[in-house]
Design a protein around this ligand. Sequence first.
Ligand code: 3HC
Length: 718
Amino acid sequence: MNMPVSVSVDQGVALIRIDNPPVNALSPGVIDGLDAALDQAVRDNSVRAIVVIGAGRTFIAGADIKGLEQLAWGSDSGAPEMHELLQKLEDAPKPVVMAMHGTALGGGLEVAMAGHYRVAVPDALMGQPEVNLGIIPGAEGTQRLPRLVGLEKAIEMCVSGKPIKAADALNAGLIDRIIEGDLASGAAAFAREMAARSESHPKTREQRNKLPSASAISGMLAAGRELARKTRRNLDAPVAVLDALEAAATLPFEQGCAREREIFLTLAKSEQAKALIHAFFAERGVSKVPGISKDTVAASVNRVGIVGAGTMGGGIAMACANAGIAVRVTDATANALDAGMATIRKNYDVSVKRGRFTPAMVEERMARIVPQVGYDGFGDVDLVIEAVFENMALKKEIAGFVASSREVSQSGQLYTTNTSTLDIDEIAAATGRPSKVLGLHFFSPANVMRLVEIVRGKATSPETLATAMAFAKRIGKVGVVVGNCPGFVGNRMMFPYMYEAQFLVEDGATPQQVDEALTGFGMAMGIFAVDDMAGLDVAWRVRQELNQFSDPGARKPLVADRLCEMGRFGQKTGKGWYVYGDDRKPQPDPEVLALIEQLAAANGIGRRSFTNEEIIERTIYALINEGARVLDEGYALRAADIDVIYTNGYGFPAWRGGPMFYADRVGLKKIYDRVSTFYRELGQRWAPAPLLERLAKDGTTFKEFDKRRASSVVGASS
Ligand code: 3HC
């Protein structure tokens, strides 16, 4: 059996190497191994200094989140207990140097801060990202970090959860030196240097010179609370971490550690921690797709051709250029291309203003995007992304042209279509080589939104799918493989949710009330504001393309088509469900409220008031019920995939885990009962999904369903 921690001695330096793939997480074996290795190095008289380093791609990426998951769900054995180890490191009679590469995160940085010295390679990242999992640092990070970098910087790092780079860390006092070249030998040389010094080696817990004066503390904490309120809406951990940091500044070290532990253990069992840990593993789980294994060959994608320089095409071009991929963008006219390139330039200028990119980085990216009328050079690209507007006839025409024209395509090339609703198989058939075709459903703005639905057609080959998955990862997206049905997973679920919101306003609520209920629940935006942002004409066109509401018995929404007929397409026309001034903030419009009332009256709809709870049940349960259908029919592989889609593409709060995880927490029986009541009261559209009914009656959960499906899928592999 491989030991996760080993020791080797070279010229008076003991190199303690942690080897616990994939990311050297602090499993109990690593903690015990480190403890034993330290003892060995201290006992060995030939050793004058100690270096702790990670094997493979990283230093320690944190506590083992699997253990934290167990802790969240009630098992105390998952709580990492590192107090003794950290103290032993700090009290070691020989200098201990932490040598960091890759990422030193969470418990990883906490271990590092207990060493006497820290060195890192230039691209190493260091941070306390625990708040992203709904917890706070639990191995004395809130007590040591402010002692090294000061309270203000520690607040920024712990509240944001964002890691910092080596240069920043050096500046802040978190590390002592940046090592260029080989880390192990550079760290060993540094360790020998430190061992040769006559003075004692610094123990972080004893340092107080970076801590602020009593009078400065409250101002810093108030600024931290403001940062948490503004940037980490609804999250408990970023606020709670400030209490632990306050303890660092005001209490002796041991008492501060006790305070941190108390807060950590409370949050570790919270609903938010359960949900965010679920979200963490759900996001990593999407790469496990039946039929795709490590042996499936993914072609590398270095050149992309995009058809359509509109909002989506431009955003996709930026996402590719940001990842170092060369892009050709074509459109029907020079005017359309110019407008598209001007928008790309404008968006990059905003990134410069916000400090995300330097002007030089923007020029580098712009140079990767070649605008052109026609298809010159498309024959050399590895992947074509068609991103014209949602019209089947046009999409088929382009697909047919690209595939049949030799100058434009070659046999190895993948052809993908960015569609949010249309039938991939029909588009694939038009190319004559459907095994090389799939859907890539990007979300707007495509250079920002992390989600891509990767739509597998019935003929899509495993290699095509693997290539698309690798491409999505390369451009920094979370690619979720979904099946081919109208609207795929995300939009198919969104339609009942959106229309239920529209029925609610016909029944007596207002768009503003519905949106406030939804944002109060935690959605990033209300659905009416979303519709206005996306453009009401988009759903209008989809209603026509998909012939939604063709069933004569189905209730049809009355207002949206009318608004479109009035030219109220949302933000782009200044009016939609709301009216927009220069600040682009939605304001309720009496004209719309009157129209709603008038249409409701003309159609004999009785109006009443609604509580926010009713609004949430009618909208979110509609989402969940459709999610259960999508899952049952196999268009989503896992309930957890739906959660990834909704938290990354539709503004569903990650701290509720996603709609399916949320449903599990509410209880499927309760949801099923409510859906059944709506079915009796509101009609066919509320027919309970068979899977929801089955799971509710079995007293089980979507999470259990995922486990059962994973174990029954032949060919699923990691
Ligand atoms: N514990 C357990 N497994 C972990 C892990 C961790 N801390 N971090 C990553 N993994 C696993 C992933 O689940 C994945 O497993 P899989 O291959 O079976 O799906 C594998 O490692 C690779 O992870 P990624 O796909 O995310 O690889 P990347 O290279 O894209 O990213 C990373 C690497 C930046 C380290 C990223 O995984 C990450 O951000 N990890 C979480 C880091 C973190 O939050 N650390 C703090 C933990 S909480 C803590 O330390 C509490 C302490 O204060 C007591």
